[in-house]
Structures are given as structure tokens and as C-alpha cells.
Design a protein around this ligand. Structure first.
Ligand code: ASP
Length: 353
């Protein structure tokens, strides 16, 4: 006999009744008003905020030299790097992967002073520096003075993860890169005509040594991020200053100066006149203000970049990210290539003030 509603066996009807009563008791919306509200809140926690900020250096062209076409190219490149990093965070990936991926995009783009398109040192070579830091463990890796590593930030990560050291330099760092199976390139891969011309300019009396602080001869790229687990990370990569000599090293590969990340405090990547950033231990100082003084990331960034660096004549800027994914993009130079995005829908990209 078919089981129509009328002729269903008693046991089935009883089961259906019990299920209905159970549902009524368990459904918050049908229970008492107060309890219902509480149950609803507990059942739907807000998704963890993920957030990324990047920079392409404080060494910008002057607004007069920046054509609309060039500005559009910079803007598109910044958005691309930001969104590559953001996509990793959005899928639940770690902040460390996001900052490395974003920096790699900028290293591969010849517009920026890192990887391909880096400035030339006094010997006419591209000498690359990079670093990366994991805020959840305080693990860090850095490399300096390499000439052939396509993505210096990835080599820095390998130093962090696959060596007992924090910082490797020069030939030794390239030997390690080879052992790690990383991609090396001929010197010609990194050379661009624009940077070569800048290098030649610095050798004329008209421009003089680059230590005159002309921001066109600086530049760096970097990223900071907060992932869904609440971890922070930072990474920085640069060709340093045009015409640098004597094996000069700036702040970018120095943990605590150009790069720093510590969960619960902040993540920082800097760009600018590196000597000032080293002396002021900029990354660590910003995070210490947040952690020990309880000031906001924005205020800590302002204090260090404006009150300290600017007063001393140290031109540049930083990107900083706090434990909740709040970012600060602070600079005392004419501009800083920058972009940021978070999962609440906030997005920005800019070059000048
Ligand atoms: N901070 C880098 C350095 O001093 C340069 C820059 O960021 O513009 O090497």
C-alpha cells in the first residue's frame, strides 16, 4: 500500500511530530526573544579581517615629470601587486605568502627599484637587497648585494626557512640561491635604459653623488599583511641608492630597520634614505610604540616618519599594519607609490599626497 499522508504508519507520523517539536525548541527565532538574539550572535561570528598594504618606494618622480600615461602604468602595477597578495589572504593563505607574492610582482616590474629595473651601483651593477619577517614566530631572512637573483625576496625567505642564519651577502648568498634551486638571471635581465641614464647622470658634476637626496635615485618595494588567523608579516626589496659604493647597504635588508613584523604589535616596510632608517631602527621603533605605549599604528607611524625622520632630514616613508589589519601609509617625501586593500571593502592606491 502506498504511504499517502493519510495512510502513513503511526510510527512515521509520530517521528514527524517529534522532529517538528524538536525543531521548534531548537530554533532561536521561535524561542523567546532574548535567547533568540544571543543564539543568533553566537552562531554568526564576523569573518576575520584580512588586509594588505604595499609600497613601490618613496623615490617618486616629481609631479611635473609624471605624465598621465606613466601614472596609469604605476597605478595598474600597484593594484596588480596588491591584488595578488590579497587573493592569497582571501583564500585563507598566510600573511607571509601574501607579502612575498606581492613583492615578487613589483620585483618583476621594471618600473620599480627592485629586481628587474633596479638602480645601478657605482660599478654599474645592480646590487640587490631584500628581507622578510614572520610576525607569528619572529623568524626572519635577509640577503644583500646579490646581482643575479631574479626574486631577492624569495631568496630572503629561503634564508629564513632553509638556513640556520638570518642574513647572507654577496657571492655566498648567490651560492645558497643556486643550492636552493632559485632562478638566476644574467646582468642584462635587470638593466633598463632609464636606470642606466640615471646612473650616468650621477657621474656628472651636474647631479653629483646621489647622497644629495634626490628621490628619483631611490626607491624600494615592500608589503605588509594580516591574515585570517591574525598573523602579521612584512617584506622589502630594493636596488638601494643609485651610484652606491664601497658595498654600501641600506635599511631594506636590515631586520628592525627597513622590515619588521611582530604579531600583536605591527608589521612595517620602509622606503627612503636608508642611513636614517637604520639609525632610528624605524620598523622596530614603530612597533614598539604600538606595543609598549599603546598608541595606534597611524600615530606611531606619524611620530617616527614626521617627528623623528623628517626633523633629522631623513626623507622617506613607511607602510605599517596593526594587529587588526588597520594600515598606515605615512611619508614625508613628495610622494610614495602605495596601495592597500582589506576584506571590509576598503581599497586605495595613490602616488602623491
Ligand atoms: N631604503 C633604501 C636604501 O636606503 C632606498 C629606498 O627605499 O629608496 O637602500
Amino acid at each position: 500500500m502506498p504511504h499517502t499522508p493519510e495512510n502513513r504508519p503511526v510510527s512515521v507520523r509520530l517521528l514527524a511530530l517529534c522532529t517538528l517539536v524538536g525543531l521548534l525548541l531548537a530554533t532561536p527565532a521561535l524561542a523567546t526573544g532574548k535567547a533568540a538574539g544571543k543564539a543568533m550572535k553566537a552562531a554568526a561570528p564576523a569573518p576575520a579581517l584580512v588586509s594588505i598594504a604595499i609600497h613601490g618606494g618613496a623615490g617618486t618622480l616629481s609631479p611635473a615629470e609624471m605624465t598621465p600615461e606613466l601614472a596609469a602604468r604605476y597605478t595598474a602595477a600597484l593594484e596588480q601587486a596588491r591584488d595578488v597578495g590579497y587573493a592569497i589572504l582571501e583564500k585563507g593563505g598566510p600573511a607571509l605568502d601574501a607579502v612575498e607574492a606581492a613583492v615578487r610582482v613589483l620585483e618583476d616590474n621594471e618600473l620599480f627599484n627592485a629586481g628587474r629595473g633596479a638602480v645601478f651601483d657605482a660599478d654599474g651593477r645592480n646590487s640587490l637587497d631584500a628581507s622578510i619577517m614572520d610576525g607569528s614566530t619572529l623568524a626572519a631572512g635577509a640577503i644583500t648585494g646579490v646581482h643575479h637573483v631574479r626574486n631577492p625576496v624569495t631568496l630572503a625567505r629561503h634564508v629564513m626557512e632553509n638556513s640556520p642564519h638570518v642574513m647572507l651577502s654577496g657571492d655566498g648568498a648567490e651560492e645558497f640561491a643556486l643550492e636552493q634551486g632559485l632562478k638566476l638571471e644574467p646582468a642584462s635581465y635587470f638593466k633598463t635604459e632609464r636606470r642606466w641614464k640615471q646612473f650616468l647622470d650621477t657621474r656628472t658634476a651636474a647631479i653629483g653623488p646621489v647622497a644629495n637626496g634626490d628621490p628619483r635615485y631611490f626607491g624600494t618595494v615592500g608589503a605588509v599583511a594580516r591574515d585570517a588567523a591574525g598573523h602579521l608579516a612584512a617584506a622589502t626589496s630594493t636596488g638601494g641608492m643609485t651610484g652606491k659604493k664601497w658595498g654600501r647597504i641600506g635599511d631594506s635588508p636590515i631586520i628592525g630597520a627597513g622590515t619588521y613584523a611582530e604579531d600583536g604589535a605591527c608589521a612595517v616596510s620602509g622606503t627612503g634614505h636608508g642611513e636614517y632608517f637604520i639609525r632610528n631602527v624605524v620598523g622596530y621603533q614603530v612597533c614598539s610604540l604600538v606595543k609598549l605605549k599603546g598608541v595606534s599604528v597611524a600615530e606611531a607611524a606619524r611620530i617616527v616618519v614626521q617627528d623623528k625622520l623628517k626633523t633629522q632630514g631623513g626623507e622617506g616613508g613607511i607602510i605599517a599594519m596593526g594587529p587588526n589589519g588597520d594600515w598606515a601609509l605615512e611619508f614625508n617625501s613628495e610622494g610614495m607609490y602605495r596601495a592597500a586593500r582589506d576584506s571590509s571593502g576598503r581599497r586605495e592606491v595613490a602616488i602623491f599626497r
